[in-house]
Design a binder for this molecule. Structure first.
Ligand code: NAP
Length: 470
């Protein structure tokens, strides 16, 4: 596909292959964007921001509403594109396309809800008859940098609110998975988005990322990706608003009174959907010591039910990772843990980008498979003696994105919700549950700011205070 900058679809001689990770075939190519291309995109986005700033909310709503309708019409094609370029199974690809449609629809609704408030200035001692209210105004140009693992919905979570709030947006999709973002751009333009309100520039983040983020014409950077790239962006961005949706090694706690069928279903789906490449995948799975042995047996059996192979084959339950280098990395972390005393009860092998779903038990907190974000199809299992130890272990991490507990005890559930430092707390479900309308974002090194269209619109607007004097 071509990239979209300066109000037109453009190609370049220098190209990047987009690969199907299951078989290494080239699905398509995209241009490798240059600094000149970035300048074209930036100058155009500045003009686009003026057009958007002056567009009525109802018109912004109509564009996003129409885009959602087109996404519904093209759902199967979008699902297949996601699945081909990213490697998730086709069912998950189509489900992501459906969620992305909802995200754009929800964003459209927010275009009609940019409320200010009346401020009771007469409550101040220096009031002499002033009347004041706030206005919410768009920030201007938004830079939206997205990761590979949800190549459509996470782009929708940035572009939808940016346009709803009356901004222009420059999308920089992940290099491994640019096609879904380009298709969303195509759909938004077809739905009536002004030519310069969107730019979608493809190319390496390590090359064009810094100048994009540092440019003073950008007023807001919304980033989803790894912790280290997020930290670099915060340093480069300088005096700009930033939203950081970063990684995690989410805990999943199994108390002795938990409903074991629910636990196994929740751990298998939370740990292994999208081959474990979800920011809120269950990674550190901790079970009460009095049920530990039974839990390990049941989890092992559950994970053995996951068939692996071609992600486009509807009978397959887990596809490849996005790159074969990631399968090598995941395997080396498993081997490192085994070398330090842990055991695998199932899985442990890989071929190309396809890594077997793996259960590693008797894991210690200082092993890399527990301490760092694995972002792959393996869970690290350990035990604890009581709720206080479970909570301390859940908190023993630099991350805080999502944390789950399975229990029938309301007091334990409430204690967990209050004491675990995490942006999302799941009671009786794995950490991976999300509804696109809810406020979503991490604490600690998992980031700052919230997504979910209502909350992202707040982050992409600024407040002006207006005071009328007598
Ligand atoms: P990544 O390597 O950090 O890349 C994310 C994006 O940043 C890509 O578009 C990348 O471009 C770009 N980038 C790289 N260097 C840059 C720079 N110096 N300046 C600006 N942009 C730069 O992450 P990933 O491997 O794609 O995604 C996995 C990570 O995302 C995991 O840590 C996961 O937990 C996190 N994640 C978080 C959430 C959340 O909501 N909290 C959701 C999904 C994923 P290139 O592709 O060209 O390198």
């Amino acid at each position: 596909m071509k990239m979209y900058i300066g109000g037109e679809w453009v190609d370049r001689d220098s190209k990047i292959d987009v690969i199907n990770p299951y078989n290494g075939s080239v699905i398509d190519t995209v241009p490798s964007g240059s600094f000149d291309d970035l300048e074209t995109a930036m100058a155009s986005a500045v003009r686009g921001a003026e057009v958007m700033r002056n567009m009525p909310g109802y018109r912004r709503f109509e564009i996003l509403r129409r885009a959602a309708d087109i996404m519904a019409e093209r759902q199967d094609e979008l699902g297949r594109t996601i699945s081909m370029e990213e490697g998730k199974i086709i069912g998950e690809g189509v489900a992501e396309a459906e969620r992305a449609k909802q995200t754009i629809e929800l964003s459209g609704e927010e275009a009609k809800r940019l409320y200010g408030e009346t401020i009771p200035l007469d409550g101040a001692t220096n009031w002499t008859g002033q009347y004041g209210f706030t206005m919410r105004v768009p920030v201007g140009v938004v830079a939206a940098i997205s990761p590979f693992n949800f190549p459509l919905n996470l782009v929708a979570h940035k572009v939808g609110p940016a346009l709803a709030a009356g901004n222009s947006v420059i999308i920089k999709p992940a290099t491994d998975t640019p096609l879904s973002a380009l298709k969303l751009t195509e759909i938004l333009l077809e739905a009536g988005a002004p030519a310069e309100s969107i730019q979608c520039i493809t190319g390496s983040g390590s090359r064009i990322g810094d100048p994009l983020v540092a440019d003073p014409r950008v007023r807001k950077v919304t980033f989803t990706g790894s912790r280290d790239v997020g930290e670099r962006i915060c340093k480069t961005a300088g005096l700009k608003k930033v939203t950081m949706e970063l990684g995690s090694n989410s805990p999943l706690i199994v108390m002795s009174d938990a409903d074991m069928d629910k636990v196994i279903a929740g751990t298998v789906s939370s740990g292994f959907s999208n081959a474990g490449q979800v920011c809120i995948s269950a990674q550190r799975v901790m079970a009460s010591s009095d049920i530990y042995g039974d839990f390990v047996d049941a989890l092992t059996e559950g994970v053995q039910g996951l068939t692996t192979g071609d992600q486009l084959d509807a009978s397959i339950k887990m596809g490849p990772m996005v790159r074969s280098e990631d399968a090598v990395r995941v395997n080396s972390w498993i081997q490192e843990a085994v070398g330090a005393g842990a055991r695998t009860t199932t899985g442990g092998e890989y071929e190309g980008a396809l890594h077997e779903p793996t259960v590693v038990v008797d894991v210690k907190p200082d092993m890399r498979i527990s301490r760092d974000e694995i972002f792959g199809p393996a869970v690290a299992v350990s035990s604890f003696d009581d709720i206080d130890e479970a909570i301390a272990s859940a908190n023993d991490t630099i991350y805080g994105l999502s944390a789950a507990i399975f229990t029938q005890n309301v007091d334990w559930a409430m204690q967990y919700a209050k004491q675990v430092h995490s942006g999302n707390i799941q009671i009786n479900a794995g950490p991976q549950w999300r509804a696109d309308l809810m406020p979503y974002g991490g604490l600690k090194d998992s980031g700052m700011g919230k997504e979910g269209p209502k909350y992202a619109v707040e982050e992409m607007t600024e407040t002006k205070m207006v005071i009328f004097h007598p």
